[in-house]
Design a protein around this ligand. Structure first.
Ligand code: HEM
Length: 277
């Protein structure tokens, strides 16, 4: 029994493997045929563990892309690419939100322009997919790579000493996810239940951020976003192969400038609306 369990959780995490195998050619009828043959064979009482080469054999016959996604570095690549794409979205989102400083009409005009774009549903679906994959792979990485391999990989890249931002990614990530769910409810989902005549996005944002609870949630969450981004940006670039010393300084500074811009840009809005809006 114990041997069997070890076989299943083997090289790649159980949940990861189950999901990735959905896309894997290993799911072919030929293979399931051989599985049912071996299932019909009586167990060999002299062998407590399944054959040691079994996992390696499976890895060998895997589609190279699936194999890459199943590896530690592959998962980090996915995190890096989705994370940088989300950063781009945040910069655009933050820039659009700055129209709030120009008054409710400017903000509503901007929102109307966005909402009347026929490509918006496609962009929203792409964005949702990015968030979903980023969170899913974060779960894969943290559950599977808690042990040695990530650390070995980190030190190979010369990522240097741990910082508060890097060691708190495990909590800043989930907190941002909670914020995102609250935020989507506040301004994206709840508007679907309103009549067109009631719908005034600027008034919704102002009311939410003027309330002490809304103000607190948004202000604290922007601090959390700052912590998350402080480490994530440079980590993503290093994963993508820009770990050479000559790029390191530039990446670090760019990451910090972007983080400060996002925190100041997003964080200034609740402060402005709470005290002056
Ligand atoms: C003070 C900070 C923020 C304000 C005032 C704000 C405001 C808004 C508003 C008004 C909308 C609805 C837009 C519309 O439907 O036309 C929206 C959507 C959205 N926001 Fe924010 N946002 C802030 C920060 C953030 C942050 C930090 C994130 C990500 C971590 C984020 C992610 C999103 C997403 C994913 C959507 C849905 C986009 C869509 O489906 O069109 N927002 N935000």
């Amino acid at each position: 029994m114990r041997g069997g369990r070890r076989y299943h959780s083997g090289q790649s995490g159980g949940l990861t493997r189950s999901i990735l195998r959905l896309f894997s050619p290993l799911n072919s009828p030929t293979r399931s045929g051989s599985d049912s043959l071996s299932a019909a064979r009586p167990p060999d009482p002299t062998r407590a563990d399944p054959p040691r080469g079994a996992c390696r054999l499976e890895a060998h016959s895997m589609n190279p892309f699936v194999k890459f996604l199943n590896s530690s570095i592959g998962r980090k690549y996915v995190m890096a690419v989705t994370g940088l794409s989300l950063t781009l979205f945040l910069l655009v989102h933050m820039a659009g939100n700055l129209t709030l400083y120009a008054g409710p009409k400017a903000f509503n005009d901007y929102a109307y322009l966005l909402e009347s774009n026929p490509l918006l549903p496609v962009a929203e679906a792409g964005l949702a997919a990015l968030f979903f994959v980023h969170v899913l792979f974060a779960v894969f990485l943290t559950t599977k790579n808690k042990a040695s391999r990530t650390d070995k990989y980190r030190s190979q890249l010369g990522m240097g000493a741990k910082s508060v931002a890097s060691t708190t990614m495990w909590i800043t990530g989930p907190l941002l996810l909670v914020f995102l769910l609250i935020h989507l409810w506040d301004f994206r989902i709840s508007k679907e239940f309103l009549d067109e005549s009631e719908y005034d996005l600027a008034a919704m944002v102002t009311a939410r951020l003027k309330s002490p609870i809304g103000f607190g949630i948004y202000l604290v969450s922007m601090g959390v976003l700052g912590f998350h981004m402080w480490h994530a940006f440079q980590s993503a670039f290093q994963t993508l192969g820009f770990a050479q010393p000559r790029y390191r300084g530039l990446i670090k500074i760019t990451g910090r400038v972007i983080t400060v811009l996002l925190v100041a840009g997003f964080g200034g809005i609740p402060i402005y609306l709470f005290f002056a809006g």
